[in-house]
Structure formats: C-alpha cells, structure tokens
Write a protein that binds this ligand. Structure first.
Ligand SMILES: *Cc1c(COP(=O)(O)O)cnc(C)c1O
Length: 352
C-alpha cells in the first residue's frame, strides 16, 4: 500500500452514522463534492444500507450519475436549476429527482417545459447565496399547480446568533405563501423540531421538516479514521545545500523526506478559514498557509511531531525537513498525515 491511505474503522463509523440518524428526524444525508473524502458512491451506499433514509442530496446535476444506481430513493440536487443547464433539465423529468429552484423566473421557465418536475423552492436567507426574496414568495403560488411541490428549502448561516429566529421567521413567511414541508440546512435538530411545533400552531400537527447534514454526519467521529502517507525517499542534507524545485538553501543539517501526497491530493490546499482574530490568523499561518513567508508546517507527523515543508508541495509528493538529530523513517514506512477531508483526495481507502 503506497501513497495516501485513509483507514476507516467501518464498524465505528457506521455506529456514528446510526447515532446521528437516530437523533435527526427527517435526515437527508448530503453526498456532494469529493464525497467528504470518502467518495460519493460510498456515501450513497451507506445512506441506503446503514442509515436507511428515503432521500439524499447531491451538490450538482453532474453528481447524480455517481449515486443514481447505488441509492434507490429520491435525490435532491442542491444547486438551483437554471434554464440553460441541459443535464439538470433532463433530470427534472426523472421521478426520483427533486430539483431546487431559487428564482421565480426559473420556476416559470421550468413549468413551461411540462416535465412534471418535483420541486423544492429555495428561500433567500441572510446567507445571500440563492433563493427567492421572502416578500416575493407569494408570486410562486399560481405556478404550484404545474409542479409537484416538495417544500421550501432554507439554508442558514453557520452562526448560532439569530439563527433560530431567522428559521422561524422565514418558515412562517414561506408557509403563508404555500403549505409544504420545510427543509433546513445548518440548524440543530432540536431547533428544527421547535420550529416545526411553533409553526404548526396550537393543537395542530407539527409542520413536516427535513434536515440536510453533511460534515457532522460523515466526518463527525474523527476516531473512526486515520490517515497515513508513505515515505518515498530519504536524503541526508547539509546546511546551506540547495534543494527542491526552488533550489533554496536548506536551513540546517538534516534529512529531506520525500513523502506521498501533493497538491493533487489536496495537501497544502486547505479551504480558507475565517481568520478574524490575530490569534486565529497566527494559528492558520502556523498550520500550513503557504502564503506565509518562509516556512510552512506540513500536515505530516514524523517521530511524534509535525514537520516543516522544505518548499510548497509538488503534484503528488512533498519535501519535508527533519533535523539531523532525529532518526529518519525508512523508505516505505507510513507516517501519520492530517487531512482536511472536504478538500482531500486519497489514493486508497482501507476498511478495517
Ligand atoms: C453542502 C450543503 C449542506 C451540507 O453542509 P455540511 O456543512 O457539510 O453539513 C447542506 N445544505 C446545503 C444547501 C448545502 O449546500
């Protein structure tokens, strides 16, 4: 086994999936992008077999093909439909696909196609990403008889402050425009239940709700996985000796470790983190922002410590410096590597 390896304790992971599912009524697992490091097909299979849900969500129309034959239930496409997207338009006629629509004009265009689409209507939240302005929601009413209306989608920002109030306010406005299930994102399950009761009104049944979860579901139990990288080569170097693509002088006597994992695996390509405080900024520089002048800490741990990159990662391997006083790992040895799984692509996933 060489390269970047993700070892998955499958029993532990599945236990976590079941725990989250048990605490999340109306769960809709989100399987999009790089499949949270695991791949879309694997997530779709777990959603079907381990979690047993009736619906999953993918990010884009293109991703539907990856999950369509692995997962037998309904598939929501989270990216809103646009009239010029031919694939999404074709999929809108598939009885297992639920299309998201975020503009009144798009709903008109979609109904004109007579495909009998299943549609979720997106409400614009304080995120300002996609959605129909809350005070324009009533405009969709005459169009609803031409579609199979599946409900309203409300995608909230990740901050706690004001989130519940926004969920309730937008949910209420949406239900005044048309009755239907409320599909939330980034709202705790307790808050979803509370909104459902609140908007159901005195004595009335709670409003049906769904909750879409990705990161907290798939990646919520870090103890269920480890990731390692193969040491591909080891070289003794002297202080001042030039090395690497950039031929910069090495800063001390030591070892250059050539370790599997480069830009194509997402190594050194962290998603930007919001660095609002000085301390946070210092942390983000220290943990690998390559924009930082000079050295950057690599995600590789050798002899119990994270080590410095000698230079920015290459396409499929990285040069890492180890001081002379240390004993270097042998070629072929595996060392721990910290991966951010929403940006990583590993060479293999091994189930333990
Ligand atoms: C990606 C996405 C999610 C899942 O986000 P996580 O933070 O990974 O749980 C939920 N809802 C929408 C609309 C999304 O685009």
């Amino acid at each position: 086994m060489t390269g970047l390896t993700l070892r998955l304790d499958a029993a532990r992971w599945r236990m976590h999936l079941q725990t989250v599912a048990g605490a999340t009524p109306g769960l809709v697992p989100v399987a999009k992008g790089n499949g949270y490091g695991y791949g879309l097909r694997r997530l779709a299979a777990e959603a079907e077999e381990t979690i047993g849900v009736d619906t999953i969500a993918v990010g884009t129309a293109v991703e539907v093909a990856e999950v369509h034959d692995v997962f037998g239930g309904d598939i929501v496409i989270l990216t809103p439909w646009r009239p010029d997207d031919e694939l999404a338009t074709e999929l809108a006629g598939d009885p297992r696909i639920i299309t998201t629509v975020s503009r009144v004009a798009d709903l008109e265009a979609l109904t004109d196609l007579n495909r009998d689409p299943r549609v979720l209507l997106e409400v614009l939240t304080s995120m300002c990403r996609h959605g129909i302005f809350p005070d324009e929601l009533r405009r969709v009413r005459p169009l609803l008889e031409h579609i199979r209306f599946e409900g309203w989608t409300i995608h909230l920002p990740m901050l706690d402050e004001g989130r519940y109030a926004e969920a309730e306010r937008l949910g209420r406005t949406a239900l005044e425009a048309a009755q239907g299930p409320l599909w939330f994102s980034h709202l705790p399950a307790e808050d979803v239940a509370a909104v459902a009761r609140q908007l159901g009104g005195a004595g009335a049944a709670a409003v049906p709700t769904r909750l879409r979860l990705g990161t907290r579901l798939w990646l919520g139990d870090p103890s269920s996985r480890t990731s390692t990288a193969t040491v591909l080569d080891v070289h003794r170097v002297k202080r001042g000796q030039r090395a690497g693509y950039r031929q910069r002088p090495v800063w001390a006597d030591g070892w250059i470790l050539v370790i599997a994992g480069g830009t194509s695996h997402g190594i050194g390509m962290e998603a930007p983190t919001p660095a609002t405080s000085v301390r946070q900024r210092a942390v983000s520089v220290a943990t690998g922002s390559l924009a930082a002048a000079g050295r950057a800490l690599s995600p590789y741990t050798v002899n119990g410590k994270k080590r410095w990159f000698l230079e920015p990662p290459h396409m499929q391997s990285s040069l890492v410096f180890l001081p002379a006083k240390e004993t270097p790992p042998a070629v072929g040895e595996e060392v721990p590597v910290e991966l951010r799984l929403t940006t990583a692509t590993v060479d293999q996933i091994v189930e333990a």
